[in-house]
Design a protein around this ligand. Sequence first.
Ligand SMILES: NC(=O)c1ccc[n+]([C@@H]2O[C@H](COP(=O)([O-])OP(=O)(O)OC[C@H]3O[C@@H](n4cnc5c(N)ncnc54)[C@H](OP(=O)(O)O)[C@@H]3O)[C@@H](O)[C@H]2O)c1
Length: 290
Amino acid sequence: MNAARTALVTGANQGLGRALAAGLASGMSPADRVLLAGRRPEAVDAAAAELTAAAPGGARIEPCVLDVRDAESIDALAARLGAVDIVFSNAAARMSPDVDPADQVDAVAETNNLATTRILRAFAPRLRPGGRLMVVASALGTLDKLDDRARPRFAAAAATTLDAVDDLVTDWRAAVHAGHAVAQGYGTWLNIPSKVAQVAAVRALALQRRRTDLARGTLIAALCPGLIDTAASRPWFADMSPAQTPAEAAAWPVQLALGPTAPEALATYYGELVQFGMVIPWGTGIPVPR
Ligand SMILES: NC(=O)c1ccc[n+]([C@@H]2O[C@H](COP(=O)([O-])OP(=O)(O)OC[C@H]3O[C@@H](n4cnc5c(N)ncnc54)[C@H](OP(=O)(O)O)[C@@H]3O)[C@@H](O)[C@H]2O)c1
């Protein structure tokens, strides 16, 4: 008999994270648990209660207060859990096209990037054999989305270490504050360097862990969920008609987390940006709506 499993989803009180938690819980057994994590206690309590009432019979859904901008809390949760089977690093700071990037970059860099590298460091060594550690990134997370001047810096960091990725994020953040982001090739839309840095972090960690993880059937990857109708995406797109519901967008990542995956597919996905069962090339990406 398999041991009871533990799954963790960050930023899970709404949007895609909530749908990932719901999908995991319904695909796991009552002996398992899904930690529905978020920064606001009342929001995680409410979401966990609602999902449990809506779909009893699956895994236990446990509310888990975790502000991912608090690095020590990430480490403390990892130590408390000891070992985990599935982690979705999904939390993200919202951005608005109507707010100065300098007023948003701290939240974005700390939530989407520095927290992601902290989660990778804290949880990758705690994955049980067959585990999954997946960073929810985006189709914006490939090198082609960057200016020619910024692209080599992100490529170099991805080929080095998580520390190198953090240093680059710190440099980008400082450039935004100093008003030099455009001159240094980082552009004005925070989501692009942020998402490229998330994928760079996965690639950097994968360089160190690939052989060991694949021998244990373990997957670390970045995911591109596609356009989803959430309060985070609505301000950026005039036409949301092609958008998926959160439940639709969560379906294949949940399948990747829970379903059997052939060793060849694991090796293909490992360390890459994956969407709908396909690897999105790091260098050339896919076109995205502007
Ligand atoms: N929506 C899309 O079209 C789309 C497309 C591609 C990729 N993605 C990615 O998918 C992921 C989820 O996006 P979404 O659209 O579901 O966003 P969302 O609705 O804004 O949900 C984001 C979640 O992150 C949480 N969060 C924010 N800061 C946090 C912090 N410091 N600590 C812990 N949790 C925090 C939020 O909690 P609060 O409720 O407390 O704010 C919320 O639960 C993100 O990584 C996003 O970049 C989305």
